[in-house]
Design a protein. Structure first.
Length: 128
């Protein structure tokens, strides 16, 4: 008796698996224009994982430090615009160099995060 092997149909081959979360986050961060900032929640939305802001934070904390992988990590902030205390001074320096207005009150360093509409097709309510 001959063994049957499954052959992939052209339709199955055409479907591609979504990129891993970390690569999707990296792509979303690379897409942030110079002189602009996005929140962890906005990056999660653009990476195709709405609600995964904490996951974006973990990805940002464990970025590989490789010269060939230039990722503008300083363009990602908390949703209220505050910068993480551990990197606030370096992040503020880089953002100021790009023309972003950075304010400081006491130990809190903050930028204005734009309130944008979700990406097309994501989180949109249907009209009835």
């Amino acid at each position: 008796m001959a063994l049957r092997t499954k052959t992939k149909t052209p339709k199955a081959e055409a479907k591609k698996a979504p990129p891993p979360f970390s690569k999707a986050v990296w792509q979303a961060v690379r897409a942030i224009p110079r002189g602009q900032v996005r929140s962890y929640a906005q990056v999660a939305l653009y990476a195709g994982r709405p609600g995964a802001a904490r996951g974006v934070g973990r990805e940002m904390a464990t970025l590989p430090h490789q010269p060939g992988l230039p990722l503008p990590w300083w363009r990602v902030t908390r949703s209220d615009g505050t910068l993480a205390p551990q990197v606030a001074q370096e992040q503020a320096r880089r953002l100021r160099a790009e023309g972003v207005e950075v304010t400081q009150r006491g130990d809190t360093v903050r930028v204005k995060v734009p309130r944008e509409a979700p990406a097309p097709g994501v989180g949109a309510k249907r009209k009835r």
